[in-house]
Design a protein around this ligand. Structure first.
Ligand SMILES: *[C@@H]1O[C@H](CO)[C@@H](O)[C@H](O)[C@H]1NC(C)=O
Length: 457
């Protein structure tokens, strides 16, 4: 090898090792020399916990600088925190200095009250300067969507901040007109890095979600100032059942072009009464902690036209019979609703009907049986029993008449079971005993029990 080349190789080696040395020095200063309780493990390496704590700490410093109205929404950390409250701060099994934030998971999630924060691109710039990799996910603003206008505007839905492999997820919570908080689904666009984060492990984003506004408290967790929900178990419970379904505005618009809505004063009056009745029912049942969902025609109205069916004349809701509470009748009475009829019994085909103004609230109780759920019907004059069978379903949140309300998540299956494949064609004549696709005759109540099982007021 010629002499000149050997010199060049030698100089290159010297330069590169100096650079590496400088890098090590920089790294040491940046991560090791800072004061803090848990910078290095005994082996001298950054452990996953150290990385998590450091990343959250850096993120929170940024968040404070840009005044992000944040709270901790991480289910693993909040679970540790709520268990800790139960165990009365028994720290034996956890690390002393990072008991809550070091969840051992590659993600820590926070929620941001988006209505209280003015979007500041400076945050993203500053985060990058601090070494964070960023992913911003946007989506359509559903607050602008309605039957009249479809939203085109995009708003930020999620931020992902990544440092040393740890990801901080920031979920944007927006106020919706039903006085609740909403977040969007996290959907990657075609050009986005699918390996940016372990997306399957995220607590938020698989579906849109709906939440009541949580009361927050400022606390110190593992040496960091963090706001958390005051009632953690309530928040975690909500998180489990937060799945939100947006109304299908596009389809509803097509429907209403074929079958324009009735805008007569009577129809508007009916809509106003249904709205106040639904809000009243929701408040009353919430106080008793009884979940309910939109059923029959009210569910069809939401699903088909994002509204109510103005000629339906009543409001239908479903409740699982296991959630029945005998105080219900008194609670509705106190709220101004009179009991109109009571059919069946808790063990079989229970159905309650209330009256407010001239609008009826039908409450159907649902019974789980193998892989189906059913509710009963009773014909007062003949004592005949009927049964309506549905495939099993879970419950999701939706919005109707500015109310956050539950509907079966598998709404299409539910509506199809009840109304058949032609559910999208309005039917003005409807017989509850013969018209539904899922009705079955179910015998007759024994005449001796009629007085008890068929009560009409
Ligand atoms: C927290 O919420 C749960 C259920 O939502 C409730 O039962 C409990 O009483 C609440 N705890 C406190 C301390 O308010």
């Amino acid at each position: 090898m010629p002499r000149v080349n050997r010199t060049a190789v030698l100089s290159l080696l010297i330069v590169s090792s100096s650079v590496f040395l400088l890098f090590q020095l920089y790294y040491y200063r940046k991560y090791v020399s800072k004061p803090g309780p848990h910078i290095l493990s005994r082996t001298g390496h950054l452990t996953a916990n150290d990385v998590q704590w450091q990343t959250v700490k850096k993120f929170l410093a940024l968040a404070q600088r840009f005044r992000l109205p944040l709270f901790l929404a991480d289910t693993a950390a909040l679970t540790l925190l709520s268990q800790d409250a139960l165990r009365q701060r028994d720290r034996l099994v956890r690390e002393p200095h990072c008991s809550f934030l070091c969840t051992g998971r590659p993600i820590t999630s926070f929620a941001l009250h988006a209505n209280l924060w003015k979007y500041d691109p400076g945050l993203l710039l500053a985060a990058q300067q601090k070494g964070f990799d960023l992913l911003e996910l946007r989506g359509e603003d559903p607050r602008l969507a309605s039957l009249d206008t479809l939203s085109g505007e995009e708003i930020p839905l999620h931020f992902l901040f990544r440092l040393h492999g740890h990801v901080v997820q920031v979920v944007f919570l927006y106020e919706r007109s039903g006085n609740y908080l909403w977040h969007g689904a996290l959907r990657l666009k075609a050009n986005m890095d699918r390996n940016f984060a372990p997306f399957k492990l995220l607590d938020y984003g698989r579906h849109p979600g709906a939440y009541d506004r949580p009361e927050l408290v400022l606390t110190v967790l593992d040496g960091l100032d963090i706001r958390i929900p005051r009632n953690i178990s309530r928040f975690l419970n909500e998180q489990q059942h937060a799945h939100f379904l947006e109304c299908r505005y596009r389809d509803a618009r097509n429907f209403l072009q074929l079958y324009p809505d009735d805008s007569s004063p009577e129809a508007l009056d009916f809509r106003r009464k249904v709205k106040s009745l639904l809000h009243l029912a929701a408040r009353t049942l919430a106080r008793l902690d009884i979940p309910f969902w939109l059923s029959s025609g009210t569910c069809l109205g939401w699903f088909r036209q994002c509204s109510i069916i103005s000629y339906s004349r009543d409001v239908d809701i479903g409740i699982f019979v296991v959630d029945f509470n005998p105080d219900m009748v008194a609670a509705f009475r106190d709220a101004g609703l009179s009991l109109k009829h009571k059919f069946g019994k808790v063990e079989d085909s229970l159905e309650l009907s209330f009256l407010s103004d001239d609008v009826k609230l039908d409450v159907f109780f649902f019974y789980a049986d193998g892989n189906v759920v059913w509710n009963g019907g009773t014909q007062a004059k003949s004592g005949k029993k009927f049964k309506y069978i549905f495939p099993r379903f879970s419950l999701c949140w939706a919005e109707l008449l500015e109310l956050k309300v539950r509907v079966p998540c598998e709404t299409l299956d539910y509506v199809t079971a009840n109304y058949g494949d032609t559910w999208s064609i309005p039917l003005r004549t409807w017989d509850w005993k013969t018209s539904p696709s899922n009705v079955q005759e179910n015998g007759v109540w024994p005449p001796a029990e009629w007085a008890e099982l068929i009560q009409v007021y």
